[in-house]
Design a protein around this ligand. Structure first.
Ligand code: 5GP
Ligand code: SF4
Ligand code: MG
Length: 462
């Protein structure tokens, strides 16, 4: 998961990109970068760490021009290394270009092997660099045609924002795995903005024009906005964006994430009712679904677990030792609320099961009489190849354990998940819209294409 923004024709382009990244910080906390364009010249600030720590007034002041793109990163392909910080930029015979990418290409390593075989050199481990190489090798036509030719060779997930010359380009892969949308700054109607989620538009005072369609390439230049089409594929938007990744105040593909989560909770209560005295969420990710559950079940909703907001998402911390005490760092129970109660605790997903186990223990230690766990998505049984850093299959508890076994492992009195059909109906209501559900149905829209041999890391920066 990563977040991207793009700003076209605004005198404070870099500032807006920076603010947009703040709104997208939940999509990646490893690094942040903004690249601005001023008369064909690119200017970049790229740092490891959070947006707030990566920029200050002085650094932002070094990003002139009326166009900018930005990126917050959470590593999937490549490593968590300074050289991989996006937006990536290159110079080639047609000038310079910059790219910010959310998603993961499933054939990048294979293409990279081929390109290296043909003499290409690479300066990052990022799958995104393959796209730049492919563009640079096409010598004819407008930029959008060279980009489209490159994109027909890569497979997998990409929501891209690019700068080339005086154009801003937004592209979404034919399956539309990751979200991407286009908007307009309200008090500067000639300015066009692009972002992963609509919460970024809200922060910068922009209104959404529409979602970039799966398989669509949008070019913004002096002539206006034009739309181009890549070869079509079956739409497969990531359903976990709705369940967990996106912010609830975002609207993705015309679906309010907040409302979808309330419906998931309601549906879960219908499918998996339980006698309880109180419904509590695992904050923050479980809050909205828990409210839906409580409403539907007619059980009082309370905040029985309190989150410390000054520590990040523990799952994303790359090291196991850190993740271990992460739960205690992040959450604490309110015994006054839980003592003697039958507690229904709602979370969005179980991945490894380690967090859930600690949470159940914490609720019991706070005096709960019973702990019933309700999960607003189905059991995750397979890895994601499309831009989410889920663990390998063997680390996914539901891939090797039945619901009953998971229940025993997390020491809950009962455990139930939302059904796949229930989830899809909650997200889609009655709309015709295609989603990826591969990590719980094993129905992968695009097969992962492993390279002939595993790539060796050849440079480590410290
Ligand atoms: P577990 O019990 O599996 O250790 O942790 C489950 C928690 O991890 C959930 O609260 C969920 O919000 C969170 N989580 C963090 N990162 C991810 C992710 O990439 N995918 C999913 N499905 N859940 C995640
Ligand atoms: Fe989303 Fe799961 Fe599909 Fe990955 S495999 S894109 S997490 S639904
Ligand atoms: Mg969570």
């Amino acid at each position: 998961m990563c977040g991207v923004v793009g700003i076209y024709n605004h005198k404070e382009a870099a500032n807006l990109a920076y603010l947009g990244l703040h709104a997208l910080q939940h999509r990646g906390q490893e690094s942040a970068g903004v690249v601005s364009a001023d008369e064909g010249m690119l200017h970049a600030v790229r740092r490891m760490g959070l947006v707030a720590d990566s920029f200050d007034r002085e650094r932002l002041g070094r990003l002139p021009g009326s166009m900018a793109i930005g990126h917050v990163r959470y590593t999937t392909a490549g490593g968590s290394l300074p050289k991989n910080i996006q937006p990536l930029t290159v110079e080639y015979r047609k000038g310079s270009m910059g790219i910010a990418h959310n998603g993961n290409l499933v054939n990048a390593e294979k293409l990279r092997d081929e390109l290296e075989e043909a003499g290409s050199i690479f300066s990052t481990n990022s799958d995104t660099e393959v796209v730049l190489q492919l563009i640079a090798r096409h010598d004819s036509g407008a930029f959008v045609d060279r980009l489209a030719a490159a994109l027909t060779r890569v497979r997998g997930a990409y929501s891209l924002v690019m700068i080339s010359g005086d154009e801003l380009i937004a592209a979404r892969d034919p399956h539309g795995f990751r979200p991407l949308m286009i908007g307009r700054v309200t008090d500067s109607p000639d300015s066009v903005v692009v972002a992963s989620e609509s919460c970024a538009f809200d922060l910068i005072g922009a209104e959404k024009i529409r979602d970039v369609e799966p398989g669509e390439v949008i070019v913004v230049n002096r002539e206006g906005i034009t739309s181009h089409r890549l070869p079509t594929a079956k739409p497969a938007r990531c359903v976990f964006e709705q369940v967990y990744f996106a912010r609830p105040d975002s609207v993705l593909d015309d679906i309010s994430v907040y409302e979808a989560r309330v419906r998931m909770g309601r549906q879960l209560a219908k499918e998996r009712p339980v006698e309880g005295d109180v419904v509590i969420p695992v904050p923050d990710s479980g809050v909205v679904a828990a409210m839906g559950y409580a409403k539907e079940a007619g059980i009082p909703f309370e905040m029985g677990l309190i989150r410390n907001h000054y520590v990040g998402r523990t799952f994303i911390e790359p090291k196991d030792s850190i993740r271990h005490f992460g739960v205690r760092l992040k959450l604490n129970a309110v015994p006054e609320l839980l003592r003697g109660k039958r507690v229904v605790v709602v979370d969005d997903s179980i991945v490894r099961g380690t967090t859930s186990r600690k949470i159940v223990k914490m609720i019991r230690e706070a005096g709960a009489k019973e702990v019933h766990v309700r999960i607003s998505s189905p059991p995750v049984t397979g890895p994601c190849f499309y831009g989410i850093d889920t663990p390998t299959r063997s680390e996914l508890i539901a891939s090797t354990h039945s619901v009953e076994e998971v229940q025993r492992y997390i020491t809950a009195d009962s455990l139930s998940y939302l059904s796949p059909e229930g989830l899809l109906s909650a997200v889609k209501e009655d709309r015709e819209i295609g989603f990826c559900t591969a990590c719980f149905t094993n129905d992968y829209p695009v097969a992962f294409e492993p390279p002939a041999s595993r790539r060796q890391l050849r440079l480590i920066e410290v």
